[in-house]
Ligand binder design. Sequence first.
Ligand code: ADP
Ligand code: MG
Length: 454
Amino acid sequence: MTAQYDSLWQYILKELNKSYDETTYQELFEPITSVHKVKNGLLFMIVPSLHIKNRINRLYLNKINNLAENMAEEKVRFKFVTKEELENEEKENERLIQNVYRAGNLTSVYTFENLVIGKSNNFAFRMAMKVADQPGIVANPFYIFGDVGLGKTHLMQAIGNYILDNNVSHKVLYTKADGFIEDFITLLRKSQMDDFNNKYRDIDVLLVDDIQILSSAEGTQREFFKLFDYLYMNNKQIVITSDKPASELKNFMPRLTSRFEAGLIVDIQVPDLEHRINILERKLMAYDDKITLPEEVFEFIASAFVTNIREMEGALIRLISYAKIYDITNITVDIAKDILEPLIKTRTRSDVLNENNYDKIQSVVADFYNITLEDLIGKKRHSKYTLPRHLAMYIIKQKFDLPYKTIGSLFGDRDHSTILSAVDKMDTEIKTNREVKLAYETIVKKINFVKLRW
Ligand code: ADP
Ligand code: MG
């Protein structure tokens, strides 16, 4: 795998030999004969001592990387390390891998201690602690909802980890709802329902992540209902996460959602700026406790990444990794801006859309009429679809006053005149047709309500 890079290195050696005097060449470069390994675009080269590594990094690394850039098709960079450093790094990696998973599919870093608490998750956290202290007794099921990347999975697994830490004999099982569907379908097909029951019934705590995925999966829902009742009757703790409150789950069996509603429902909101900065500080410490960042850099990242902690964390890691690779010791806001720019650009684009939430308007309308989003946007001409479609166009026009062409692009690239006539038509309909007027008013109310949680 390293062969192609070996020849790149040979080429670079030749160039270095031309550029520098014989003693330097022989001392620094000649002993390095091959690429040790390649990882994420970094070519690891082993050097005999820290002293040589530092000299190369200080004086020659730029030149070498420039040569590589001119020569190699893909972007690669050289990293010079001593054998010792490499071994330490590998050991550390192994330790991390070994520690990541524990019984029941849990990730060991998702603990209560690692969760930074603020206003947005305080209640959910306190209740989660209670549930973990007395599984099956305090709140069953315990239902956590909130938007993507706000720490639902983390909180849920923290409950599991805590229970395991307190009592190793407890059986905790974490599963994503799609994993549950998969298990159900495969084992059903192989007529191995016994295995299914063994896996899911012989436990003390069941953690089901992203339950909304079960929407419309009727067979699986039925099976989940049976399992739920079995565990519930036996006082086994059930924890569920979702992107919406139980009452808003669509295409779910009512007996299932009413079971969810009978438990304790908590939500996690977007953390405020101070809270986000605290999270960043903690993540940095966990990632590398030797690195420090100036306050304004934390503030910059926390202000640029607002709605998703996972993205914010990703930004921090990217910044730190770049700084390490390029040996930047003083990370300023300007450097952070440069390094994070690609992330901020794509995110802003998706945020603008989020702010305006055209897609959410489309889903509210589709939900109201009980049709799929695909049909709402699609080409079917039955009035069952065209009325909701036109109404959605009308509401988007009214709320955001986008150009007709732009609205057209939100509906499978329809042209300007199609949208124009749909909007006109709806204007008249709402004035003249009571039923449409009522639908319109209900949907707008619903949109305004949902918006509080967007
Ligand atoms: P969700 O399941 O809601 O999409 P996750 O639980 O996967 O979100 O969280 C995304 C990332 O953000 C994880 O790495 C998690 O550790 C981190 N995270 C979220 N909220 C917090 C918090 N309050 N404190 C520390 N880390 C958090
Ligand atoms: Mg999750």
